[in-house]
Design a protein around this ligand. Structure first.
Ligand SMILES: Nc1ncnc2c1ncn2[C@@H]1O[C@H](COP(=O)(O)OP(=O)(O)OP(=O)(O)O)[C@@H](O)[C@H]1O
Ligand SMILES: [Mg+2]
Length: 315
């Protein structure tokens, strides 16, 4: 049975309706531990968000100073975005640690990709990483593998730092030399690194395979998330997917055509664990209600070997 057929079979039962919460407007100016009154884009509502006191000395990256609206509160709370990501991460964690299926080499390696650019890969991988670190005892390594367009490294203001590309070019560099600490104790980042004319090709190199194997064996108790290139724009993304234990495909609601999603799915025939995150829904898929502000949200199909609803992207 093809991936697309399996996708069709799995759908509806587990789909969740989720809604938005791109808030945290005032969070960037707050000190760790301080309660900030965040503003929604619209309508005129607000929510208290508590940034946790950080115990990390001299972090390389301050997540609490990220730009407005991009970041889930590291403390979690009961915000709607936090709830959305709780639903999204649950089966990923189960697959990663509790029931690694036969034949899945590194179930704790999770690739976040999409069909085309701009569907929300960076937003999803960063917020997923934060959400997972809220889980007790879960540590995350977040890797900017979108080396041609390193949006994550730019967002985190570490574009100039050494990182993945440097390590792929020079395997004598120890990983610990290029990992960056954040002010969330359990979240470490590997930035994209120094621009290289063959950077995308390096993702499909033997050097990348060795890196994945090292990361998986050195940090078996860690979730390793890869903010990756879109699958229809580089052949290397498919190669990368074949090495991952799990793949999350972000689909932009009302934007990505059905044919494009199906074409992307065809690249994951060899990957057992593929899930969809339906991003930027203006209306809740489940209740039909509008959410806060401009109403981003997630629709999601999940479970072991689960596939989200490709067709939902068209509704
Ligand atoms: N659920 C969401 N809520 C609020 N804003 C979002 C959401 N998803 C994406 N965005 C916004 O949409 C824009 C594109 O998102 P993002 O950068 O994550 O996409 P991408 O797939 O990583 O793009 P690229 O292919 O260029 O790397 C960003 O400005 C981001 O802040
Ligand atoms: Mg990106």
């Amino acid at each position: 049975m093809s991936t697309i057929e399996r996708a069709g079979e799995r759908l509806s039962a587990t789909r969740q309706a989720l809604s938005p919460d791109p808030r945290l407007s005032n969070a960037r100016n707050a000190s760790p531990g301080e309660a900030v009154d965040t503003e929604l884009e619209s309508p005129s509502a607000s929510v208290k968000v508590h940034l946790p006191p950080s115990t990390v000395v001299n972090p390389d990256i301050s997540l609490t100073s990220l730009e407005q609206g991009f970041l889930l509160s590291p403390e979690g709370g009961r915000s709607r975005t936090a709830e959305e990501f709780r639903i999204i991460k649950r089966p990923l964690l189960v697959n990663a640690f509790e029931k690694a299926p036969d034949g899945v080499k590194y179930p704790n390696l999770i690739m976040v990709t999409s069909s085309v650019q701009g569907e929300g890969k960076t937003f999803t991988s960063l917020n997923l990483a934060i959400s997972i670190t809220m889980e007790m005892d879960s540590t995350v390594l977040l890797i900017d593998a979108d080396v041609a367009r390193p949006g994550l490294s730019r967002r985190l203001n570490v574009r100039e730092r050494q990182g993945l590309i440097d390590r792929l070019v020079d395997e004598t560099i120890d990983l610990s030399q290029v990992l960056l600490k954040t002010d969330i104790p359990k979240l470490t980042v590997l930035p994209a690194g120094t621009a290289h004319k063959r950077s995308t090709e390096l993702l499909a190199s033997g050097s990348m395979r060795r890196l994945l194997s090292e990361v998986a064996s050195r940090y078996p108790d860690r979730i390793v998330l890869f903010d990756s290139p879109p699958v229809l724009e580089t052949t290397e993304a498919s190669v990368l997917a074949s090495l991952m234990g799990q793949v999350v495909i972000v689909v932009e609601h009302d934007s990505t055509a059905q044919g494009i999603v199906k074409e992307a799915l065809a690249h994951f025939e060899t990957t057992d664990n593929v899930v969809f995150v339906l991003n930027k829904c203006k209306v809740s898929l489940f209740s039909g209600q509008y959410g806060y502000g401009y109403g981003y949200g997630y629709g999601y199909g999940y479970g072991y070997g689960a596939y989200g609803d490709a067709d939902a992207a068209q509704k």
